[in-house]
Design a protein around this ligand. Structure first.
Ligand code: CAA
Length: 262
C-alpha cells in the first residue's frame, strides 16, 4: 500500500519527516469502500511510524476528492449501509486522530467525503480554484463521514447547516471567509505550501505537538474543567521530556529565537 508503483488507490509517501497520504483513484478520487479503508490504514501507519512526524493529505494537482463512490453506494441497500457506516467513520476518525500535525492540500473539488477528509486535518490549504461542499443532500442523504459533526465544530452550526442543507459548493475564497479553509494560495503552489507547513512542524518537539493536538481536540469535546485537566496533565507530563530540557536550556543560554525550531 505504500509502494509508489503498486497502483494502489492511496499511498503513504515519506520523505524528510513528512508523510504524504496521496489519493490516486481516477476519476475524481471517488472514495470506494476499499479506498476508505485504505485511508484508515495509512493514517494508522502514519501515526505509528517514527519517520513520519507530520502529514499532508493530498489528492494530486487536479482534484482532492469528489466524495464517496456514488456508483458503488447506489448498489447498497439499508442493511449494507448499516453494516458499513461505522467502518466509513472509523477510517476518517483514524485520520483525525493521527497524533501528529496534519495538513490538507486541497486542489480542485473537495466534495462530500472529500470535504470531510479535509475536515480531518488540523489546517487546510486550498488552491484559488478549489471548490468545497457537502452535496449529499442532492442525493437524498446527509454527510456520513463526520461532516455534520466536524464541519459544525469548525465553522459553527449556522454555516454548516447552510452548506449541508443546500448542498451548494463554495469557492476557496468563501471557504476562507467562513473558516473552512485557512490559507488560499495559487493552485500550482498548494502542495508546496502545505508541505512547507508540515516540514516546519516535522522539526518540532513531537511529544509537545502531540500533547497540543490532543489537548485541543479532546478538550473541545468536553467541559472546560475536564479540558483544563487534560491540558495540565499534558503540560506537567512534558516536563519529563528531553525536548523541554533542550528548549529551556537553549532559551536561557542563547536567548529567544536562537533555538532551531523556534
Ligand atoms: N462517485 C463516483 N463517480 C464520480 C463521483 C463520485 N462521487 N464524482 C465524479 N465521478 C465520476 C463521474 O461519474 C464521471 O465519470 P464518467 O466519466 O465515467 O461519466 C467522472 O467522475 C467525471 O465527473 P463529471 O463528468 O461529473 O465531471 P465534472 O467536471 O462535470 O463534475 C463534479 C465534477 C462536480 C465533482 C461532479 O462529478 C460531481 O458533482 N460529483 C459528485 C459529488 C458528490 O455528490 N459527492 C458526494 C458523494 S456522497 C458522500 O461523499 C457521502 C459521504 O459523506 C461519505
Amino acid at each position: 500500500t505504500n509502494d509508489e508503483s503498486s497502483g494502489a488507490t492511496a499511498r503513504l509517501e515519506v520523505a524528510d519527516g513528512v508523510g504524504t497520504i496521496r489519493l490516486d483513484r481516477p476519476k475524481m478520487n471517488a472514495l470506494d469502500v476499499a479506498t476508505q479503508d485504505l485511508l484508515g490504514e495509512l493514517a494508522r501507519e502514519a501515526g505509528r511510524r517514527e519517520d513520519v512526524r507530520a502529514v499532508v493529505l493530498y489528492g494530486g494537482e487536479k482534484v482532492f476528492a469528489a466524495g464517496a463512490d456514488i456508483k458503488e453506494m447506489r448498489a447498497m441497500d439499508h442493511t449494507a449501509m448499516v453494516l458499513r457506516a461505522r467502518g466509513l467513520q472509523e477510517a476518517f476518525t483514524a485520520v483525525a486522530r493521527i497524533p501528529k500535525p496534519v495538513v490538507a492540500a486541497v486542489t480542485g473539488y473537495a466534495l462530500g467525503g472529500g470535504c470531510e477528509l479535509a475536515l480531518c486535518a488540523d489546517v487546510r490549504f486550498a488552491g484559488e480554484g478549489a471548490k468545497l461542499g457537502q452535496p449529499e443532500i442532492l442525493l437524498g442523504l446527509i454527510p456520513g463521514a463526520g461532516g455534520t459533526q466536524r464541519l459544525s465544530r469548525l465553522v459553527g452550526p449556522a454555516k454548516a447547516k447552510d452548506l449541508i442543507f443546500t448542498g451548494r459548493t463554495v469557492t476557496a475564497a468563501e471557504a476562507r471567509e467562513i473558516g473552512l479553509v485557512d490559507h488560499v494560495v495559487p493552485d500550482a503552489e498548494v502542495y508546496e505550501k502545505a508541505h512547507a507547513w508540515a516540514a516546519r512542524l516535522a522539526r518540532g518537539p513531537a511529544l509537545a505537538l502531540r500533547a497540543a493536538k490532543e489537548a485541543v481536540d479532546f478538550g473541545l469535546e468536553t467541559d472546560i474543567d475536564t479540558g483544563l485537566a487534560i491540558e495540565r496533565n499534558w503540560f506537567a507530563g512534558l516536563f519529563a521530556t528531553e525536548d523541554r530540557e533542550i528548549g529551556m536550556r537553549s532559551f536561557v543560554e542563547q536567548g529567544p529565537g536562537k533555538a532551531e525550531f523556534r
